[in-house]
Design a protein around this ligand. Structure first.
Ligand SMILES: N[C@@H](CCC(=O)N[C@@H](CS)C(=O)NCC(=O)O)C(=O)O
Length: 306
């Protein structure tokens, strides 16, 4: 079954997944989506979920890089990525949830954002800013200044620099924590104003080079129409999930699954499976036929309509 990644090049959470596809040696098809809404060819697959990336394996669609990473490890039969346990998993979540807004505050600071936006015509820059205001419903994605972000960064990186002693964050091979920390620093490093902030951390820089060397593996360019056709010609496959349903929910219930932070667009369907890590809903559209949409349980809420 072909793997389609719906993404755009500067997306940092997509970089986490592109690198994981390389690490797990899974050949994949690249579908470049617009960096702002609307995304008419993706919405039938994602059900309205509007963050990036989205991963599709046939008629199974994975929303949020946390569940995408778990699904890819499961698909590849990999046992190393999550072998380091609780501390490594918490570091991964810390990076995705705490280091991420630090890097956003730095790259969107007045001094740095011009480098990125300067290459956009003014109307595109305005459309991007409006799109991101919609994403956060007017709230800032970070609630602190670039100066505060820089203080966080140096606090984090001086500790990190002193603790990479075996090649990767938790030993001689990368684990999920490496991929989550890496994509945030990759994003920072891509901004020429902020990249020098990393220079005083030589062990971090060397580790970043080792991570970058993993590469994106075997990628073939594709498009949204091909991805929709692939979904339509496939049957969704139910993974074997462990864990029970919370009280008050039964399989087959109509539900809505919504991120708890930003991009709070509910995806509706019928409840198909629920484990401690993953919630799966079943949906059907004329463009795709039957689908299963997978979300992480952490960071999403599941509600019943009415
Ligand atoms: N928790 C999400 C966060 C994803 C995220 O914030 N992605 C950014 C791009 S790197 C995004 O969705 N930006 C708005 C958009 O692409 O519409 C995940 O792990 O996938």
């Amino acid at each position: 079954m072909d793997i389609y990644l719906h993404h755009y090049p500067p997306s940092l959470f997509s970089e986490k997944i592109r690198l994981l596809l390389g690490y797990l040696q899974l050949p994949w098809r690249s579908v470049i989506i617009p960096s702002i809404m609307p995304r008419p060819l993706l919405m039938p697959l994602s059900g309205g979920y509007r963050k990036t990336p989205v991963l599709q394996i046939g008629a199974n669609v994975y929303c949020d890089s946390k569940i995408i990473a778990m699904a890819l490890a499961r698909h590849a039969g990999d046992t190393d990525l999550y072998a380091q346990g609780f501390t490594a998993h918490r570091v991964a979540d810390w990076a995705d949830g705490t280091l991420f807004p630090v890097t956003v505050a730095l790259n969107f600071s007045p001094g740095a954002v011009g480098v990125m936006m300067g290459s956009f015509p003014p109307e595109e820059a305005a459309a991007f800013q409006k799109d991101r205001a919609d994403l956060t419903q007017g709230a800032s994605i970070t609630s602190f200044s670039a100066e505060a972000a820089e203080a966080y960064l140096h606090h984090f990186l001086s500790e990190l620099d002193g603790s990479i002693d075996a090649g990767f964050l938790f030993g001689a091979v990368p684990c999920i924590a490496d991929f989550s920390v890496y994509h945030c620093l990759w994003f920072l490093n891509n901004n020429p104003v902020n990249a020098p902030l990393l220079d005083r951390y030589s062990a971090v820089r060397e580790w970043m080079s080792r991570m970058a060397a993993i590469g994106h593996g075997s990628m073939e360019e594709s498009d949204g129409d091909a991805a929709l056709a692939a979904a339509k010609s496939a049957e969704p496959l139910m993974p074997r999930l462990v864990g029970g349903l919370p009280d008050g929910f039964a399989l087959g219930d109509p539900v809505a699954v919504t991120p708890v932070d930003y991009g709070r667009v509910p995806v509706t369907g019928t409840l198909a499976a629920w484990s401690t890590d993953e919630v799966v809903i079943s949906r059907e559209t004329p463009e795709t036929g039957s689908l299963l949409n997978h979300f992480p349980t952490a960071g999403f809420e599941v509600t019943k309509p009415g």
